[in-house]
Structure formats: structure tokens, C-alpha cells
Design a protein around this ligand. Structure first.
Ligand code: SF4
Ligand code: SF4
Length: 164
């Protein structure tokens, strides 16, 4: 995994134009069963990819924290939402709440998330490869192929399995 993670930014860069073209085509004419096929590809990939060997998303890109996330996680720490914000979060250029620092402060040395049960929705859903209407997040997917080995592999498999 470590070797793959090192190579991933370059691999994603090499495939960028090809992937962009493919995803644009997918958006134009998505197959009727796309949601079902994405779920299959996602499940297949995550049966093989162990996030505990990776944690690259937690190390290199943080989640957005919604108000519901902030309320839930503050309750977990018995903090007021504003105290939690002051301690851990900042506003990004789009005025969204994000982590003050990366790697994520809640990530353990063993790659376990210390707030797993109450983690942000964005963490639960990352890399969004099993979401409905996958073609709606093409820009994000292109970005994720350079961060997440599973997202990279899924897009590779899409190109050979979902012919457009
Ligand atoms: S909250 Fe947990 S899952 Fe989310 S980035 Fe931090 S360590 Fe990773
Ligand atoms: S979701 Fe992707 S980047 Fe995050 S830990 Fe799992 S394989 Fe790694």
C-alpha cells in the first residue's frame, strides 16, 4: 500500500485527461443501471482495499463539517459547538468548517479514527464511489483519484466494465 500511495499522484496525473474524458461522457449519457453498477464496483474494491492500511484521506484531505456534524461531535466531547469549533476547526475560502490541521487530529497512529462512531458525514461517505448519480461529482472524483487508491482503482475498473 505504501508504494502505491507514493505512486498515486503521478498515476492519477497520467490518467487525468483520459479519466476526465470518460467521466464527461458518463455525465452526458449515464447508463440506466449506473447506481447499481457503481455499488457493485465499490463493494468489490473495498472488499480488497483495507482503509486501515491507508488513511490517506485522513492524512491529506480533511472533511467538511456540517452543522449536524459539529453538534454531534461536540456532544460526544461534552463541549459546546462553539468550543469545539474554536479548538479544532477553521473556515475555508468557501466559508465551510474544515480541520485546522492535517493529518486529522482524530486519526490515531494505528490509522483508527478516535471518533469513528460520530465522525463527519463526509468521512462516512468518502470517496463517494457508491453514491447515486456518480457523474454529478466528476470534478471531485478526478481529485480523489490522486488521494484515494480505491477511487483510482474504481475509475480504472469503470473504464473497462462500463463501456460508453
Ligand atoms: S474524523 Fe476520523 S475518518 Fe474523518 S478524517 Fe478524521 S480520522 Fe479520518
Ligand atoms: S477511503 Fe481511500 S484514501 Fe481513505 S483510507 Fe480508504 S482507501 Fe485510503
Amino acid at each position: 500500500m505504501e508504494k502505491f500511495l507514493k505512486q498515486l499522484p503521478q498515476l492519477a496525473k497520467d490518467k487525468y485527461n483520459e479519466n476526465k474524458k470518460y467521466l464527461a461522457k458518463l455525465k452526458k449519457k449515464p447508463p440506466k443501471d449506473l447506481d447499481y453498477r457503481m455499488r457493485e464496483l465499490h463493494e468489490e474494491e473495498f472488499a480488497e482495499t483495507d482503509c486501515l492500511q491507508c488513511a490517506n484521506c485522513c492524512k491529506t484531505t480533511g472533511p467538511l463539517f456540517t452543522n449536524a456534524d459539529i453538534e454531534r461531535i461536540s456532544r460526544h466531547f461534552k463541549l459546546k459547538p462553539q468550543q469545539f469549533i474554536n479548538q479544532y476547526l477553521k473556515l475555508d475560502e468557501d466559508s465551510d468548517h474544515v480541520l485546522q490541521e492535517l493529518p486529522c487530529v482524530f486519526l490515531g497512529y494505528d490509522n483508527y479514527c478516535s471518533i469513528y462512531e460520530v465522525r463527519p458525514k463526509a468521512c462516512r461517505e468518502y470517496p463517494h464511489t457508491d453514491r447515486k448519480k456518480f457523474y454529478q461529482i466528476n470534478k471531485l472524483t478526478l481529485k480523489n483519484t490522486a488521494i484515494c487508491p480505491a477511487a483510482y482503482n474504481i475509475v480504472e475498473k469503470m473504464k473497462s466494465n462500463i463501456k460508453l
